[in-house]
Write a protein that binds this ligand. Sequence first.
Ligand SMILES: Nc1ncnc2c1ncn2[C@@H]1O[C@H](COP(=O)(O)OP(=O)(O)OP(=O)(O)O)[C@@H](O)[C@H]1O
Ligand SMILES: [Mg+2]
Length: 257
Amino acid sequence: MNASVLRRTVLRLIDRPRRFSRASRESDDRERLRDGSSADAGTPRARSPHRRGERQSRETYHAVVNIIVTSLKGGVGKSTTSIYLAAAGVDRGYDPVTLIDADPQASCAEWLELWPLAGITVVEAPSERTATRAIARAEGLVVVDTPPGNERITQSAVAVADAVVIPTRAGGVEYSRVSATIELIPKGTSYGVVICAARLGTNDLDAALAWWKEQKVEVWGVIPERVSIAAGPEARLSREGLENYDAVLARALRGWR
Ligand SMILES: Nc1ncnc2c1ncn2[C@@H]1O[C@H](COP(=O)(O)OP(=O)(O)OP(=O)(O)O)[C@@H](O)[C@H]1O
Ligand SMILES: [Mg+2]
């Protein structure tokens, strides 16, 4: 067992939220604001154009909102979407922002371990029991990444959702798994699909958009296929990805602030 795996295991056992170097990053930001040097584009906090100079006057939101990112289908963009939504939440002034990683693969937890993002607390909760408890305890904007193909975790997470974001891809094979996911969402809970890694201007994308319209399922976003968004924890978040996911977050939060 290498050191990183050992550390994650210990942290999982004590089941405590971890706050990643937020204070030091904030003090870095303050330094930059003071001396006027250019902000590091590596964090959403620093990247945002309205951060510099205006930060003191920006509103901070403390509302408790649970956004569940889920799909029974694997590899569609759930973890990528969760990271970007949480980062967009920090950028919008939500405080705190908690990302609950309910997937035993721990993709989000690993991502944030390798590339911490100021303002995001990650909680690893890789079972139905721990995920339910973590969601109940979390404050502020809560984004939950769920594992593929696990109906139990998905069902208990969507039961307490304020909004459900369903990442999907363009292409006919996706529809049945998304429909099965939608069936788990309680009546009255808002949800929308996000088409991830979309090839803009293709027939596949047009067909997918037409299909969801016909099904009366809202499309909350179309995220273009980009190497920069796919880069994951090896690179800073993409500006284009943040802008696209900010629009998804705005849609998910409609009516919540
Ligand atoms: N907008 C995008 N452009 C290009 N690649 C993307 C985009 N979004 C996600 N990807 C890539 O798609 C793959 C699957 O994404 P991700 O890991 O987020 O999916 P997932 O649904 O969480 O998978 P799993 O079900 O295994 O947890 C990854 O390689 C990711 O980098
Ligand atoms: Mg994942």
